[in-house]
Design a protein around this ligand. Structure first.
Ligand code: 5GP
Length: 120
C-alpha cells in the first residue's frame, strides 16, 4: 500500500494549516462542509488518524477508532437533522473510485433527494 502523504489537503486541515467550516469534532473525527457542495448538506467526515482510504481504515484502524468514526457519523446526521429523511454516504477509494484526497473521508449528502446511485 502507498505511504500516507502528510501534505494532503485534509492533513493540512487537521493540523489547522488550512481553514474549514467545522461542523463537528471529537477525539476520533473532524467533520466539515465540502468546499464544493453537491447537495444542500454536504459534509466530509474524516478520521483523525492517518488513513489513506476506507481499505486502509478498515485494515489498520483500531476498533475504538472505527467505532468512534461511525458513532460520530450518527451524531452528525442527527445534529444536522438528516437522519429521519435520509442521506447518501459515499467513500470514494482509489483511481476507479475517483478519490481525489488521499485521506479517508465519508461524504454525507442530504437536504434533498440525491437521485440515482451512480450515473453511467
Ligand atoms: P473525493 O473525490 O476525494 O472523494 O472527495 C474530495 C472532496 O474534498 C471533494 O468533494 C472536494 O470538493 C473536497 N475538497 C477538496 N479540497 C477541499 C478543501 O480545501 N476544503 C474542503 N472543505 N473541501 C475540499
Amino acid at each position: 500500500m502507498a505511504e500516507y502523504d502528510d501534505d494532503n489537503i485534509f492533513a493540512k486541515i487537521l493540523r489547522g494549516e488550512i481553514p474549514c467550516e467545522k461542523v463537528y469534532e471529537d477525539d476520533y473525527v473532524l467533520a466539515f462542509n465540502d468546499i464544493d457542495p453537491k447537495a444542500p448538506i454536504h459534509i466530509l467526515v474524516i478520521p483523525k488518524g492517518k488513513y489513506i482510504s476506507i481499505v486502509d481504515f478498515g485494515e489498520n484502524a483500531s476498533a475504538l477508532e472505527i467505532k468512534g468514526f461511525f458513532v460520530a457519523v450518527s451524531k452528525i446526521a442527527k445534529e444536522k437533522g438528516i437522519d429521519e429523511q435520509g442521506f447518501r454516504s459515499i467513500a470514494n477509494a482509489g483511481i476507479n473510485g475517483g478519490q481525489e484526497v488521499p485521506h479517508f473521508h465519508l461524504h454525507l449528502l442530504g437536504g434533498k433527494r440525491i437521485g440515482a446511485m451512480v450515473s453511467n
